[in-house]
Design a binder for this molecule. Structure first.
Ligand SMILES: Cc1cc2nc3c(=O)[nH]c(=O)nc-3n(C[C@H](O)[C@H](O)[C@H](O)COP(=O)(O)OP(=O)(O)OC[C@H]3O[C@@H](n4cnc5c(N)ncnc54)[C@H](O)[C@@H]3O)c2cc1C
Length: 439
């Protein structure tokens, strides 16, 4: 990584140094092209960020964290390629379920009399999940129109009792970081497809990368050998007269034969494109995707038992103990920005923790506000109702010399690290094809 003067011409200019950008840069360089990566932030790794909890020695992931290599082919292949090992979040021994206006401490909160209806609902969700061709094409596939509706509407049609309803709604609320009325049921059900069935979907993910996500991205970039310039936001990209002309916010100009833009959908507005972006990008960027989770780390006095909680009407939609050290227990929790939890307000975080753990006091907090961060303006992909059928196919189509990669655009695990890698590989292939044609 360097801060020297920018070269004025490269074969491929990559915007963004997250997982998608690192993979796209590596595969572009491997095809023999000169590549430059421009990153707006003062660090690599985008919406993943492994760093110390503020003022402590404990390393924490403040962005993307958990993976499922058995079901995520791109994560699996890249982790193997770079020798990245996994370690696990603790197995919970104490539970809290904030559903149907109560806090249940049972390992499973649904009463036996509601199980038949839950089973019928699960069977229906599994059937719908089987209709989706994951990975093979964008999610907006013919015949799935009936699923691209608010997830609440989908669940209401299942005809389940209130506890079961809240349980089914609570899951995507934390998994997508958006309220279920703002979420496309098609996107939710695609994750059931991705996990293999509802059994997989309702099971906890525990695998994390040893050395953290940022260490992983760093390895990919080192392997690529490409130059990465930090603190260099791209302001404009113009595709005209057989070349792309890129201008940075500080006014420097670079020309490239191909550009790969990895800015998230909600942050595409940081760049002016000429010619104007096609409808799918423009509309998605204006409407925005719905993911707006608030991920908070809270240090509490050491818990005797590892804890796990999920709630629909609680402030935190998900909360779990991640590390217990001599400092105490580091809890990781997700709220919704809509609920107005200020993640920097210790008292507010403590009140939210106490909804699940009434005896706990909060010793210290840490977080990053991805919703206010201009280079993300949201968390991870959560398609709103109707967006998948209208836009998902268009989001993978290059715009002249400009290609797009981002987890938001993936055909498989859209919103996940796996999706970011999938999209980076695709964009590099598209770009290499263009350059191979003598562009
Ligand atoms: C709180 C949180 C929790 C998550 N949890 C998980 C999880 O447990 N498991 C999982 O798999 N995924 C998770 N995710 C999602 C995952 O982190 C992302 O899907 C993935 O990291 C996206 O990678 P990307 O390369 O596609 O995009 P990004 O990581 O967003 O990379 C895009 C890059 O482009 C840069 N950029 C943007 N605009 C400009 C510009 N104008 N000029 C220059 N650079 C620019 C950005 O700074 C950024 O570095 C989570 C995300 C968040 C925020």
């Amino acid at each position: 990584m360097s801060n020297d003067a920018l070269p004025t011409a490269v074969d491929v200019l990559v915007v963004g140094a997250g997982f998608a950008g690192a993979i796209a840069a590596r595969d572009s360089a491997a095809a023999g092209h000169s590549v430059l990566v421009l990153e707006g932030r003062d660090r690599i790794s985008g919406r993943t960020w492994y760093r110390k909890f503020e003022g402590k020695e404990q390393d924490v992931e403040v962005g993307g964290t958990w993976v499922a290599p058995d079901r995520q082919p791109y994560v699996k292949a890249e982790a193997e390629r770079y020798g990245i090992d996994l370690f696990q979040s603790p197995e919970p021994q104490a539970f809290g379920w904030g559903i149907d206006g109560e806090l249940s401490r049972e390992p499973f909160p649904i009463p036996a009399e509601e199980w038949p209806a839950l089973e019928r609902a699960i069977a229906r969700m599994n059937q719908d999940a089987d209709r989706i061709q994951l990975f093979e094409q964008p999610l907006g596939q013919e015949g799935l129109e009936d699923l691209d509706i608010p997830f609440t509407e989908y669940v209401d049609a299942l005809g389940v009792a209130p506890k079961t309803r809240d349980f089914i709604l609570a899951w995507p609320t934390f998994y997508f970081g958006a309220y279920p009325d703002k979420l496309s049921a098609l996107h939710v059900i695609s994750w059931v497809t991705a996990f293999g069935s509802c059994t997989g979907w309702f099971t906890l993910l525990t695998d994390k990368f040893v050395g953290g996500t940022t260490g992983f991205v760093s390895k990919i970039l080192e392997d690529s050998g490409v130059d990465v310039r930090l603190n260099t936001p791209v302001a404009t990209i113009e595709d005209a007269d057989g070349q792309a002309r890129i201008t940075t916010r500080s006014g420097e100009e670079i020309v490239a034969k191909s550009v790969i833009v990895t800015a998230p959908i909600n942050a595409l507005n940081t760049i002016d494109f000429s010619p104007e972006l096609p409808n799918a990008y423009r509309s998605m960027s204006e409407e925005t995707q719905a993911g707006e989770s608030v991920k908070v780390w809270a240090l509490v006095p050491a818990l005797e038992k590892d804890f796990y909680g999920v709630g629909l009407h609680t402030t935190f939609k998900w909360i779990a103990s991640e590390y217990t050290t001599e400092d105490g227990t580091y809890l990781c929790a997700f709220a919704s920005a809509e609920k107005d939890l200020d993640p920097t307000d210790r008292d507010a975080v403590e009140a939210a923790v106490q909804e699940f753990l009434p005896e706990s006091t909060v010793l210290a907090i840490d977080s990053h506000d991805w919703n206010k961060d201009e280079f993300s303006q949201g968390t991870w992909m959560a398609y709103r109702p109707g967006q998948i059928m209208k836009y998902s196919a268009g989001l993978q189509v290059p715009h002249g010399r400009i290609h797009f990669a981002n987890s938001d655009l993936a055909s498989g695990w859209a919103g996940w690290i796996d999706g970011a890698i999938e999209s980076g590989l695709r964009a590099a292939r598209q770009s290499n094809d263009l350059l191979g044609q003598g562009a």
